[in-house]
Write a protein that binds this ligand. Structure first.
Ligand code: GTP
Ligand code: MG
Length: 322
């Protein structure tokens, strides 16, 4: 940048650096996928307001309560993010949100908050928009003949984003468990609500009233006795959400014992493993870039998932799949 008398304005810029040695989770969330912004200008005419206030999910005719194409599109966009940012060790998505986990050792963008969040959000949004026609190409046409496969400029999908630092592995596991439990609770509610409306002929208000005060067991019972739906047979993607990570060869329980012993040792000594050199880091980055990024719909609350995939916690690439 050339020197000029204006250059001093740079001194007003401030970077917020995220705490070192903490797991970084960038969560993105679709804006107004349910409700559209309440902050629209009053000067707008009624027709435009009604158009803009409608929900993005309704506007594009998302199926209720889950639209497989919309969820697949979220997964495709998130896969693009994980693939293009190798520092991300795992991503977890449900509904219109996705959480991207950066290993605690990452020094990407010197851990600058704004740079990290804005890069993830814009990479995700760009992919979401670019891949929309592919995801919705099999969708039926609107009544007026416009294909759902094209986006309206007045209703473009946008996402917000934030980053949270989690100081321990346990905090990170609890964060991810919180999101997966939320997925389960919301999906059971939504599945029951929409069954009552679509199959049971109830109005939205009636279904809402009917479900007030019910617990999970009641909803499972309603689904089964009234509609013959066994909730456990609902697709895993709906019940468990989507996990994206790099796949290496699954590890055996023997490795698990070794790993646990190492962890106990580390905790007892209260020290961190030595930092990796720049050359080592670059080598690992290249291996990660070559690894296959997969999407699974599995339980991430219990230990099993993590024990079999120790490379997520260690941040070191695993062994190539057999
Ligand atoms: P903000 O994020 O605050 O802008 O609000 P929001 O309207 O996006 O709602 P929020 O993020 O809290 O919730 C996500 C909403 O997206 C859900 O309530 C659904 O209405 C909608 N949504 C997400 N996935 C689907 C889907 O597959 N089908 C349908 N019909 N709706 C979906
Ligand atoms: Mg949202």
């Amino acid at each position: 940048m050339a020197n000029s008398k204006y250059e001093y304005v740079r001194t007003f810029e401030r970077d917020e650096l995220l705490l070192p040695n903490t797991w970084l989770v960038v969560r993105i969330d679709g804006r107004g996928f349910h409700k559209y912004a309440d902050c629209l200008p009053r000067s707008m005419n009624a027709a435009d307001l009604a158009f803009l206030r409608s929900r993005l999910s309704d506007h594009y005719g998302f199926e209720k309560p889950n639209d497989v194409r919309a969820l697949n599109l979220m997964n495709l966009a998130a896969t693009h993010v994980v693939t293009s940012i190798p520092e991300i060790v795992l991503a977890y998505g449900v509904s219109d949100e996705y959480s991207f986990v950066f290993h605690k050792s990452t020094n990407l963008f010197e851990r600058r908050n704004a740079k990290l969040v804005s890069t993830v959000v814009s990479t995700f949004t760009a992919a979401y928009v670019a891949l929309w026609p592919t995801a919705f190409q099999s969708g039926s046409a609107w009544e007026d003949g416009t294909a759902r496969a094209s986006l309206d400029v007045a209703m473009l999908p946008t996402f917000d984003g934030r980053v949270v630092c989690y100081p321990s592995w346990e905090n990170l596991r609890d964060y991810l468990s919180w999101r997966q439990v939320d997925c389960h609770i919301n999906n059971l509610y939504n599945t029951t609500f929409w069954a009552l409306v679509q199959k049971g002929g109830m109005s939205h208000t009636q279904a809402e009233e009917f479900l007030k005060g019910t617990v999970s067991a009641d909803k499972n019972e309603i689904l089964w006795s009234r509609f013959g739906i066994n909730y456990n047979n609902e697709p895993d993607m709906f019940r468990k959400g989507s996990v994206i990570y790099r796949e290496y060869a699954l590890e055996t329980t023997a490795t698990r014992a070794e790993q646990e012993a190492e962890e106990v040792d580390e905790a007892w000594r209260g020290i961190e493993p030595p930092p990796v050199s720049k050359t080592q880091a670059e080598k690992m980055r290249k291996i990660r870039q070559k690894a296959k990024v997969v999407t699974r719909h599995v339980d991430i609350i219990r230990d099993e998932f993590w024990v079999q995939r120790p490379w997520i916690k260690s941040g070191k690439p695993g062994k190539p799949p057999e």
